[in-house]
Ligand binder design. Structure first.
Ligand code: SF4
Length: 211
């Protein structure tokens, strides 16, 4: 949190979380694809990233791993000049070797029942088992209600997720909504040995896009 970064946000997602705050990347019933999405080839993206005086890139979405084949040459080229990478993913897609070679940190956010996604969509065992083996993987769960914590504990046990790399983050799109859930959620973190995360960009800028 707080690391200077260039954000690359990719369109489309394979889930449909009811509280998703980036529905403009995938919900084409309520958002206009042509307005929201800019089609860029890998070379265009690389040129844009290089205009920033910052060599750390966070790749997010939507679900960026849907485009991992296209990302591989981008990461390969930037990594040769010392760029480092984090990927934010919902943890349903198994990463391939080209991504594993260059991504230093995986911010894996498996979805819970309260996200509104069916279990078969949100819980892909091979993908979670793969991420659980990666030393650079962190598991950030969005918690809406207190019973979400029980489900996190069950997933932690089922997939042997490392407890010290499990983070619980309150769901909310305003500082007030985050504050209301932070009290019970931080207590749950203490109880279970999980880490607590707030949503820094919401506290700093609210739900404003482009920040
Ligand atoms: S997985 Fe992420 S981008 Fe996709 S719907 Fe859920 S919160 Fe939104």
């Amino acid at each position: 949190m707080g690391v200077p970064s260039v954000f690359l946000r990719l369109a489309t997602c394979n889930l449909a979380c009811r509280w998703c705050d980036t529905k403009y990347t995938w919900d084409w019933q309520n958002f206009d694809y042509a307005t929201e999405v800019v089609d860029l080839d890998v070379g265009d993206i690389e040129r844009r990233i290089r205009t920033f005086d910052c060599s750390h890139v966070v790749i997010t979405g939507g679900e960026p791993m849907l485009q991992q084949a296209e990302l591989e040459p981008l990461l390969e080229s930037l990594a040769s000049d010392g760029y480092t990478f984090e990927v934010e993913t919902n943890g349903t897609i198994v990463p391939q070797s080209g991504m594993l070679r260059h991504v230093g940190q995986w911010n894996v956010s498996p979805k819970l029942r309260t996200s509104g996604n069916g279990q078969e969509e949100r819980e892909i065992p091979l993908a979670l088992e793969t991420f659980a083996q990666l030393p650079g993987a962190y598991f950030k769960f969005v918690a809406s209600v207190e019973s979400d914590v029980d489900e996190v504990c069950a997933l932690r046990d089922k997939y042997s997720l490392p407890t010290d790399r499990v983070l619980l983050m309150p769901e909310g799109r305003t500082p007030d909504a985050l504050q209301k859930k932070s009290s019970w959620l931080s207590e749950a973190c203490v109880k279970h040995g999980f880490r607590f995360s707030t949503r820094l960009h919401i506290i700093l800028w609210g739900d404003e896009r482009g920040r």
